[in-house]
Ligand binder design. Sequence first.
Ligand code: A2P
Length: 263
Amino acid sequence: MKKQAIPGSVNAVTVVDVHHWTNRLFSFRVTRPDSFRFRSGEFVMIGLMKDDGKPLLRAYSIASPSWDHELDFFSIKVEDGPLTSRLQKIQVGDEILLGKKPTGTLVLDALLPGKTLYLLSTGTGIAPFASVIRDPETYDRFDHVVLTHTCRDVAELAYGEKIVKDTLEDPLVGEMVQGRLTHYTSTTREAHTHTGRITTLIENGKLFEDLGRKPFNKDEDRVMICGSMGMLQDTKDLCEAAGLTEGANSMPGEFVIEKAFVG
Ligand code: A2P
């Protein structure tokens, strides 16, 4: 069979690991081209070649830190999703396409200096934060990092649990992170230590009560948010109600948002 030509906007990279977490979630690791540079928290286009010889690409947050020699991604499996229905079948040794221009707003540069960094995620929205929590610069800029992850059920929290454990044991950043990273998980459709949407837990004060911290405060707290469109809107409203203003690369602020990849 004739090998399809790879468009100039992407590189072909090789899959080195695939892990299926649940029947809805999987993660994979690919080789990193020497020329590929990114800031922790950014996303990039990734995908596969279609049968018609054109690339099928979607935005994916990079889940590994910028110092890592390979690249991690965390994905949902959508049965009839044009890309994920095929991507979920990738195996070690396969090639996938990786864009050359990572970008995004869930980066430290888009936030004003502060004391506590809240990373609020639902579902695969934890992916960019798997990168941010392993970046030493995060701990240079903030005293404390609170990573929240809310999923439908307990099994969907497993990826985050593993990432946090690996971060604490990491030879490069582990020591720096000890005692400064709090992982707070909740579920909405199954019993767990904490239950309820992150928005509910912020609104009724339960999150802050459980953490032993004060509600969002413009002077000290900075927030990054990643989840579904509905979650982004509702969480953004709560940040704005607390007096925080949205930031961007061109104008840093007190909170930033980015849509998690959905299908
Ligand atoms: P729920 O079970 O009440 O829908 P999904 O896997 O569908 O992306 O959902 C991930 C998590 O995000 C679920 O716990 C879900 O809760 C929650 N969620 C969905 N919509 C919102 C929203 N508008 N605000 C906050 N959390 C939400």
